[in-house]
Design a protein around this ligand. Structure first.
Ligand code: VGL
Ligand code: ZN
Length: 201
């Protein structure tokens, strides 16, 4: 068992990010078994859940003439446009049915504001609007995070870099994470995490 100062943060293991889902990550469902096993070691387990309203501004379908995976400029900076995914209350937004959710004390939802996307479990894509997760972890006395989940190059990457910025000792367990890999985004994300001081194991 890990000390109470360690938390496991499980990013977005939802049906839409698994094979057959709207924004399937290759091998996304392969993380379920290792993540379930890791939960045994932690007294604090947090799950994040991508949770968009219908017509969300990160969907290509909300931008006439645009197609998924194109970039647009949002007031807060560049944004990839995605297929419609993780719509609040939909089957696609539900956790993978094999994922253990009982050990989690906290489920943090993100991306629920119409005009702003949120990759990180800590801050939305303007990098300043907080989700509340940092306050929760601080209140629980957590200083060290172990991250896993989907997708390595988007939500996991942004969460890990924010965690370092907030002062957590941060580890990413690669066997329990999978990436989307848009034009080299996976290698770039691994490099960004290394540069930020994230331990990749
Ligand atoms: C994610 C793209 C859009 C993720 C969420 O969980 O990595 N990626 N929304
Ligand atoms: Zn999303």
């Amino acid at each position: 068992m890990r000390p109470d100062t360690d938390a496991l943060v499980v990013i977005d293991i939802q049906n839409d990010f698994c094979p057959g889902g709207a924004l399937a990550v290759p091998g996304g469902d392969e993380v379920v078994a290792p993540v379930n096993a890791m939960m045994e070691d932690f007294s604090t387990v947090v799950l994040s859940q991508d949770w968009h309203p219908a017509g969300h501004s990160s969907f290509a379908s909300s931008h006439p003439g645009k197609t998924p995976f194109e970039m647009v400029e949002m007031p807060y900076g560049p944004q990839v446009l995605w297929p419609e995914h993780c719509i609040q209350g939909s089957e696609g937004a539900a956790f993978h049915p094999g994922l253990r959710t009982d050990p989690a004390q906290m489920i943090v939802r993100k991306g629920f504001r119409q005009g702003i996307d949120s990759y990180s479990a800590f801050f939305e894509n303007d990098r300043t609007t907080a989700t509340g997760l940092h306050g929760y972890l601080q209140d629980r006395g957590v200083t060290r995070l172990v991250l896993c989940g989907l997708a390595t190059d988007f939500c996991v990457n942004f969460s890990a870099v924010d965690a370092m910025r907030l002062g957590y000792q941060t580890e990413l367990v690669l066997k329990a994470a999978r990436g989307i890999d848009l034009e080299g985004s996976l290698e770039a994300a691994l490099e960004a995490m290394r540069a930020a001081g994230v331990t990749l194991t």
